[in-house]
Structure formats: structure tokens, C-alpha cells
Design a protein around this ligand. Structure first.
Ligand SMILES: *Cc1c(COP(=O)(O)O)cnc(C)c1O
Length: 380
């Protein structure tokens, strides 16, 4: 039996479509190549004839899609001779930055909002050895500080304002097209800074050689390396649908939100860095933005875990929660193929998970056979 080529990360996989050359020192942890799982039970419960797939980005090396962007951003930072990277983060960017910096042997500085980051993400940044600055403020304030300090100190910003981040993240769209044999009809994502929805659109546009103001920008950036550009049209493009938490929904308010608040800390962002790009995505794709309450987000997270065996973090559940609502309402038509990105792993935020499972089926019993038997019988 022939050996399969060893998978060595998304830059190697898609190097023809990314701004690297043969001398670029790749900093990779084997990110990308995540499963696209077809839901079985939720479509039946919805009573709608819709094909729903989830792209489980929580299975990346540090447990979120941020690894796709970070492998590119850190690779380029190292190639350009940088010894330190910096980011503001709601948690996952700091975990990814810390891990890839460790891998590269450089320093990661991360600014996080004190008390508003999920336990798993904090544990990661600490373990990977980042220098952690907890600020008495929110992500948006941290982002402002990062931009100001990077203008003065020799540190490379690895937030999604770093264009290499979106280049790495666009590969998720490539993987989806290659797996489905075409683009889905709808692609639903949670939206915080709106970098990921932008990156996916760039990926779909490149693959289908379709016109886009964002692709023109991206191709100029790639120096025409993208072999899809000008080639045959492959895959088509989905309508892009972005969901925000209603306490942090600047796209629905039409203005930045001063004090964003939501249980979905990964999208607790009031002033998205990719605002204009994301609106371009919505226009070009014919998609839309909508918002969910924290209750809806948590209900979707629980439902996905309970009915499909897939555990994502709260922010990620905004995609499937929003999609379910729009499918029920008929806004997403029957007969459609829908992909929902599950941006991060449920294990990132055990506190929120345990909190919402207070009524879970857990009993405390004596360590004897009779008690176990009784517990089984009464819970069948
Ligand atoms: C970063 C992140 C988001 C938001 O992505 P943006 O590119 O900022 O819109 C959503 N969910 C999770 C789990 C994240 O880590």
C-alpha cells in the first residue's frame, strides 16, 4: 500500500496560492485540513430539506481557525527578520500567536481584557510562554494600544489587520470547495472583527476566478501568484452570512458599540477592524448580517453538542444558531447547501459549558452496584 503524503500544514498544501517562495522558512503546526461534517439530526429536527455542513475549525492545533492566519503571519514575520510579535485578543488570537511564536523561537506579547477571556485560552497563552498583558479594558481598547505601540517598537502586529492573516485563513474556503466539489449556496460565520468572513470570500473568489474588489486587492498582494485567477471558473460562490451577538452587534447598529457584552467572548468586539471589507463581502455575495441573543447562542451550542456530538465554543455556535433560524424562516431556501464555520473548540470555555448544564443528567450516588443499577433504570 502506498504511503500517503504526510500533511504538513496549509502553507505547504496551498503554497502556489500564498505569498511564499521556496526559501520562506515555514512555521507550521500542521494546521488546516479540518473536517467538514455533514449534520444528520439537526436538519431532521428542523423539518427542512437542507444540507448543513459544519467546518470544525476547533480541531486546529490550538483549537481555533486563528491558526490558519497565524502560520502565515508568523512565517512572514520570521522571514522578514522580526524577533517579536504582538496582538490584542479576546483569547484565541493570543493562544495561536503564543504557540506559533514558541515554534519559531520568538517572543509573543499579548494584550487581553482582564477577566473576559475563557479559561482554556488563558491557559494556552500561559503555557506557550507568551508575555501576557491583561488590561483593564476591552478588546477594542487593546487593539488601539497594539497599533500605537507597534508604530514605535520593533514588534510585528499579528492581528487580522496584518494582511497575511487573511491570506492564511482564505484556505478554509479552498478546502470546502475541494471537499464538496463546488462552493456551498450559503456560508455562515460568527463575526467579530470580520476578518474571517472577508478571508473566506477572498478564498471563494480566487477559486472561482470571480471578480471582487477584495480579490483585486488580494491578487495584487499575491503578485499574481494565485493560479486560480484568470483560470476556469470552479466552484461558484456562496452568499456570505455573518452573525453577531446582539450585545456586540455594530453591523446591526450601523455604528461601533462602546461597551460590547456577550457570553460569546470571542466576538465581544464593538469596533470591527475589517468593517469596510466585510460590508463589501455582504454586497458582492448577496448575503446579510444578523444578530443572536446570548440565549440563542448557548441553545445552539448545546443543541449541536447534544444532537450531533460536536462541541464548539459559544461564539462559534452563532453560525449554526443563525443558520437554523434563517432556515426555519425560509430565508435560506430548501434545497440549499449550507456550510457553518465552527470557529473554535468547546473545550476552550469549560466554565460557560458547565454553567449552562446545571440541569444536566448528573447524579451523585454511593459507590455500590445497587445505586448504579438504580441510576441506570431511572434514567433510561
Ligand atoms: C476570532 C474568533 C471569531 C471572530 O472572527 P473574526 O475574524 O474576528 O470575525 C469567532 N469565533 C472564534 C472562536 C474566534 O476565535
Amino acid at each position: 500500500m502506498p504511503f500517503r503524503d504526510r500533511y504538513t500544514g496549509l502553507i505547504n498544501r496551498y503554497r502556489d496560492h500564498l505569498p511564499v517562495n521556496d526559501d520562506t522558512p515555514l512555521i507550521s503546526l500542521g494546521e488546516g485540513n479540518t473536517p467538514l461534517i455533514r449534520l444528520k439530526n439537526i436538519p431532521r429536527l428542523l423539518g427542512k430539506d437542507v444540507d448543513i455542513y459544519v467546518k470544525y475549525e476547533g480541531l486546529n492545533p490550538t483549537g481555533s481557525f486563528k491558526d490558519r492566519g497565524m502560520t502565515m503571519a508568523v512565517t512572514k514575520a520570521v522571514e522578514e527578520g522580526s524577533n517579536a510579535i504582538i496582538c490584542a485578543s479576546t483569547g484565541n488570537t493570543s493562544a495561536a500567536a503564543a504557540a506559533y511564536a514558541a515554534r519559531a523561537g520568538i517572543t509573543a506579547f499579548v494584550i487581553i481584557p482582564e477577566g473576559k477571556i475563557a479559561m482554556g485560552k488563558l491557559a494556552q497563552a500561559m503555557m506557550y510562554g507568551a508575555v501576557i498583558m491583561q488590561i483593564r479594558g476591552n478588546f477594542d481598547q487593546g487593539m488601539q494600544l497594539v497599533k500605537e505601540v507597534a508604530a514605535q517598537a520593533p514588534v510585528t502586529i499579528v492581528n487580522s489587520v496584518n494582511p497575511y492573516r487573511l491570506q492564511g485563513q482564505k484556505t478554509a474556503a479552498f478546502e470546502i470547495i475541494e471537499e464538496l466539489g463546488r462552493a456551498p449556496d450559503y456560508h455562515c460565520l460568527p463575526v467579530g472583527n470580520a476578518g474571517n468572513i472577508t478571508a473566506h470570500w477572498i478564498g471563494y473568489c480566487e477559486y472561482s476566478s470571480a471578480k471582487s474588489d477584495l480579490i483585486t486587492e488580494a491578487c495584487a498582494f499575491c503578485e499574481g501568484k494565485c493560479r486560480y485567477a484568470g483560470g476556469p471558473v470552479i466552484g461558484g460562490r456562496p452568499k456570505m452570512v455573518g452573525y453577531q451577538a446582539n450585545g456586540a452587534a455594530p453591523f446591526l447598529r450601523g455604528a461601533p458599540v462602546q461597551d460590547p457584552e456577550t457570553v460569546a467572548t470571542a466576538i465581544r468586539i464593538g469596533n470591527p477592524q475589517s468593517w469596510d471589507k466585510a460590508w463589501k463581502v455582504k454586497e458582492e455575495s448577496g448575503g446579510w448580517f444578523d444578530e443572536l441573543t446570548d440565549q440563542e447562542i448557548l441553545a445552539a451550542q448545546k443543541m449541536l453538542a447534544e444532537k450531533e456530538g460536536i462541541f464548539c465554543e459559544p461564539a462559534s455556535a452563532a453560525s449554526i444558531g443563525g443558520a437554523m433560524r434563517d432556515i426555519k424562516a425560509g430565508k435560506i431556501a430548501e434545497g440549499s447547501t449550507v456550510v457553518c464555520t465552527l470557529t473554535g473548540n468547546g473545550l476552550k470555555d469549560p466554565d460557560t459549558a458547565i454553567d449552562q448544564c446545571k440541569d444536566s443528567r448528573m447524579v451523585t450516588i454511593d459507590a455500590d452496584l445497587g445505586a448504579v443499577r438504580d441510576a441506570i433504570v431511572s434514567n433510561m
